[in-house]
Design a protein around this ligand. Structure first.
Ligand SMILES: *[C@@H]1O[C@H](CO)[C@@H](O)[C@H](O)[C@H]1NC(C)=O
Ligand SMILES: *[C@@H]1O[C@H](CO)[C@@H](O)[C@H](O)[C@H]1NC(C)=O
Ligand SMILES: *[C@@H]1O[C@H](CO)[C@@H](O)[C@H](O)[C@H]1NC(C)=O
Ligand SMILES: *[C@@H]1O[C@H](CO)[C@@H](O)[C@H](O)[C@H]1NC(C)=O
Ligand SMILES: *[C@@H]1O[C@H](CO)[C@@H](O)[C@H](O)[C@H]1NC(C)=O
Ligand SMILES: *[C@@H]1O[C@H](CO)[C@@H](O)[C@H](O)[C@H]1NC(C)=O
Ligand SMILES: *[C@@H]1O[C@H](CO)[C@@H](O)[C@H](O)[C@H]1NC(C)=O
Length: 661
């Protein structure tokens, strides 16, 4: 074999080696020493939709001490198909009196302690009557006067996962006590309505590596550092990427969510995905368990337009509890560039400079090498302080090659206060939700004609949305299942799976007009683009007609199929409704809802551009007599119904702003 041939062969081998999927068998993935998953209130063990085994806590009575005898094993009164998994959410242990679990643990490790809660009534007890505190024998107060029902409602979530990281327990065990909130001394008690209970659906205790070993510098006080003892996880994002379930984490069983709802709308940036074959090289000081490769292979950056980037920040805003110190962990990995000073940026935490001139390549020296940075910040109790701001801005002073910033992952941890407390009052519902509820109350009383008219409009809107959902579900059933990175359709059906399509497209065109107009992440199209996309609104491309006007099939950016809804100038939909629709739809991202891609408002035209659903409408499939489409199986029909219900449920409860239709 000649030298050149050998060399080529070697290169080929190297190439193959480089192409193996991430998470090889020998990965430094963490394996917990202790791992307890309790399916509370259940008499049997079972797998959740993520494939993890939850064991019955009735078979393990030794975990239950003190008030254990009076606890009630029960099933949620509301049978719910919209949960990610019935195990462990559908069963609960209800505690009328103080009750403790005793967990025997390895004294050499930190531990995750996760509580899973599903808001419902249990055993006939209304959901508002569950108010309780949770504390540990190591002197920590994790939750106080906590209501699952009100918290879930305020956060518009179908269930809650409260995650804490506890320091080592030298005694080799710790207990976790659930205490129902005592009724107020003043209230004339003995009233059954005032009796409160505690409950829990699932408890997870597992050992974890010390991911918090170094003290963290306070932003703005370079001489002040905080040690991390106990934390509560407030946010954990796979920035620019999709949801990562516990089974796909690098051994720490964390939940990583998409960050889109928390990106400030003026500048949502663009996402980039290097793909599953991109090799992440973990350096010696960043363990694989810091974050899975899936987090580092995707990122969000500002976009290609230097001038736009210079005048903007890429910003995330997150609500937190006042009067606590927080640690913000930013994960970076350069996926495209490989030289220093190509991309350098400043990092702001709460409007203060946390780090200037951050250059990922300078920190890692190489492309594909991950790194993370921690910053600590105290949230005082002044108006506006309940919102944590993280902002990135190109480092103009350094004159980098690209005026851009990049982020791959973001975690926010709350630290215990000096009294070992992590509890805060329940969050308040958003103003919009509060108003909607107020409105719903008024509606029952008022019966004037204006109201009736509004109601009618709402019903029409609802029907439109249901139709849209049905179409998407079918599309999803056929095609998207395989595309969604490994997550099964039923395992995360509830969680809004934001797809990054919109942002990628926007990045290519670089238009920002639409965003400034609506404060949303929706692209602005010109009327010329719309005419080009639809062959000047050719009748042959019409796929639907409604009171508002016509819907056309079209193509933008060369090959992207879209559905284009053009308002009939004589339609009743005015400019206000048009903007409201953009505002609302662009905030909704759910796998069972059609995504709004952009809009066009020019020459008195009002046009909305949606993701195009290839397979036609549900109606066509149900009533097709010509045999153009194969009949739907009963299984598909059932899946469509469940998907439609999920989409509606998301609209009602899951979106950041609840939509009542
Ligand atoms: C919890 O279990 C440990 C043994 O693992 C035992 O030493 C300890 O006394 C128990 N604590 C309580 C409060 O029962
Ligand atoms: C618990 O919270 C509720 C609702 O905020 C409040 O009305 C009640 O007074 C609180 N109870 C205690 C003991 O703090
Ligand atoms: C924060 O602390 C201040 C001073 O101790 C107190 O007045 C305020 O009520 C606290 N705020 C919250 C939300 O607990
Ligand atoms: C940061 O600045 C924005 C405006 O630029 C302001 O709305 C926000 O309240 C500030 N946040 C903090 C924590 O100071
Ligand atoms: C970016 O954020 C920082 C800190 O909040 C602020 O000082 C700066 O003015 C912002 N820049 C732009 C262009 O919005
Ligand atoms: C958190 O608790 C530890 C003891 O577990 C304590 O040493 C530390 O000071 C507390 N943190 C803060 C910020 O008070
Ligand atoms: C598109 O159609 C309009 C009227 O429907 C017409 O005025 C215009 O000239 C057409 N444009 C092109 C490029 O064909």
């Amino acid at each position: 074999m000649s030298d050149t041939a050998r060399c080529t062969l070697l290169l080929a081998l190297l190439f193959v080696a480089g192409a193996v999927p991430v998470v090889p068998a020998n990965a430094k993935v963490y394996r917990p020493v202790d791992s307890i998953l309790l399916n509370c209130g259940s008499t049997s063990d079972g797998l959740d939709a993520d494939g993890r085994n939850w064991v019955s806590d009735t078979n393990n009575q030794h975990w239950l001490v003190d008030g254990g005898r009076s606890s009630i094993m029960t099933v949620a009164d509301r049978l719910e198909t919209l949960l990610p998994s019935t195990i462990p959410y559908m069963t609960a242990c209800v505690f009328p009196v103080d009750t403790a679990y005793n967990f025997t643990v390895d004294p050499n490790h930190r531990h995750w302690l996760r509580f899973l809660f599903y808001p419902s009534s249990y055993n006939g007890i209304p959901p508002e009557n569950f108010r309780f505190s949770v504390s540990t024998s190591t002197g920590l107060i994790l939750l106080r006067n906590f209501s699952v029902w009100f918290t879930a409602k305020a956060l518009t979530q179908a269930y809650l996962i409260e995650e804490f990281s506890l320091p080592r327990a030298p005694a080799g065990f710790f207990t976790v006590t659930f205490t129902p909130t005592p009724p107020m001394a003043m209230s004339n008690s003995n009233d059954d309505d005032d009796v409160t209970y505690a409950y829990v659906n699932g408890i997870e205790v597992s050992s974890m590596p010390d991911i918090f070993d170094d003290p963290v510098t306070m932003v703005g006080f370079s001489d002040q550092k905080v040690d991390i003892a106990t934390t509560q996880t407030m946010y954990r994002f796979n920035v620019g990427g999709g949801y990562i379930p516990p089974s796909k984490d690098s051994g720490l069983a964390r939940y990583w969510y998409n960050d889109t709802p928390y990106v400030l709308g003026v500048m949502p940036g663009v996402t980039y995905d290097a793909g599953p074959r991109f090799h992440i090289k973990y350096p010696s000081d960043v363990a694989e368990y810091a974050a899975p490769a899936l987090v580092y292979t995707g990122s969000r950056s500002m976009g290609p337009d230097a001038r736009v980037n210079q005048n903007n920040n890429l910003t995330w805003t997150m609500e937190v509890d006042a009067n606590f110190t927080y640690v913000v962990r930013l994960h970076f990995c350069e996926l495209l560039l490989d030289k220093p000073n190509q991309r350098a940026f400043d990092i702001f935490v709460n409007n203060k400079t946390a780090q200037s001139d951050a250059d990922v390549i300078k920190m890692t020296s190489e492309r594909g090498v991950p790194v993370y940075k921690d910053f600590a910040v105290h949230m005082a109790d002044e108006p506006g302080d309940e919102v944590l701001w993280i902002a990135l801005h190109p480092s103009v002073a350094l004159r980098p090659k690209f005026y851009d910033a990049i982020l791959s992952g973001l975690e926010v941890f709350k630290l215990n206060d000096s009294a070992g407390n992590l509890a805060a009052p329940d969050p308040l519902p958003s103003k919009m939700l509060a108003q909607a509820e107020l409105g719903a109350g008024e509606e029952e009383r008022s019966r004037n004609s204006k109201h009736q008219a509004n109601k009618k409009k709402a019903v029409i809107a609802a029907v439109g949305i249901v139709a849209a959902i049905c179409v998407v579900v079918y599309h999803h059933h056929n095609k998207r299942d395989r595309e969604l990175s490994g997550s099964e359709s039923h395992s995360s059906g509830w969680l809004p799976l934001y797809h990054s399509y919109t942002m990628r497209r926007q990045g290519m065109s670089g238009h920002l007009g639409g965003n400034q107009l609506t404060g949303s992440m929706c692209r602005h199209f010109s009327i010329a683009e719309m005419r080009a996309a639809t062959k000047n609104f050719s009748e042959e491309l019409v796929i639907g007609v409604g009171g508002f006007g016509k819907v056309y099939r079209g193509v933008v950016d060369g090959d992207t199929k879209v559905a284009i809804k053009r308002s009939n100038p004589s339609s009743e939909q005015g400019a206000l409704e048009f903007h409201t629709e953009i505002e609302m739809l662009s905030k909704l991202r759910h796998r069972h809802l059609v995504a709004l891609i952009g809009s066009c408002e020019e020459d008195k035209e009002m046009i909305l551009v949606y993701d195009y659903m290839e397979h036609g409408t549900l109606r066509e499939h149900l009533y097709d007599k010509g045999g153009k489409t194969p009949p739907l199986s009963w299984r598909s029909r059932l899946e469509i119904c469940i998907g439609a219900a999920r989409g509606l449920h998301y609209l009602h409860t899951g979106a950041r702003y609840t939509i009542i239709c």
